[in-house]
Design a protein around this ligand. Sequence first.
Ligand code: COA
Length: 281
Amino acid sequence: MLLRDLLPADLFAGRTVFVTGGGSGINLGIARAFAALGANVALCGRTQAKLDAARAELEALGAKVFAQTADVRDAPRLAEVIAQTAQLLGAIDVLVCGAAGNFPIPAEALSTNGFKSVVDIDLLGSFNATRAAFDQLARTRGNVIFVSAGMAYVPYPYQAHVGAAKAGIDMMMKNLALEWGRHGIRLNSIVPGPIEGTEGMKRLGGDSFERARSRAIPLGRYGTTEEIGQAAVFLASPLAAYVTGCVLVVDGGSNLVGSLPFREAIDAMHADALDATTRRD
Ligand code: COA
């Protein structure tokens, strides 16, 4: 069943959706969901080739697309692209903060700079985008969707940096929802579970996760980028007009199980790299 079979195909017509890290994966899935419902889409990311491919795909869905390279850690450049978006597509109605970085590593092997790079991309990058889009969002009485992660709630081994960054995003989201309700701006987070075919899945367990799948996911299957897109559409739509400061978990129940199956998968994947002295099992 397609989104446009369930919702009016022009639900977001004349609206502008800006997606950070929108060139691939979950973020592109979110962009696709909005494009399929009539939105104009602006994308930023670090890799021009990915942005070009994403732009072609979204244009084929009928969207007007603006795609520019910008690293979310570079606040002035990000602000410039966000300002250009308003000129070319109209003020931003929906901001999706999806740009993220991740690599699994035992905490004792992680450098200060490695920890900082993930916090800078995920947490500070989300703030940079939200801060830069504030004037436009206040004008449109728009909304922000942050892409969080299960690591914000359940401690995962080798993910101390990511858990800290994602937990920070969700608390910042709640603070901003409290402050910006008076401007009519709604802010919410989505927590995707294991989503098939994504960079995150590749980095965090890859094929090894397949063996743990039925134990790790109560619904017994991976999610799809389309399903995360549907959740984003719901949060940005009038269906969620009274929803702000909310964390929407879209993970097939994975968080109910805890992180042990993930640990087994990632240990199997990185068996050579994980020093025997760092293991306790
Ligand atoms: N293991 C340990 N440390 C690592 C690492 C790894 N796999 N990858 C990077 N680092 C450390 C580096 O050593 C460096 O620290 P140092 O200066 O103390 O040596 C620090 O992280 C920054 O590395 P750098 O390569 O300069 O960062 P970057 O800004 O180019 O890349 C990352 C950012 C590290 C997050 C990179 O993995 C990335 O770009 N990821 C984007 C895609 C992604 O992760 N997607 C998954 C989403 S779930």
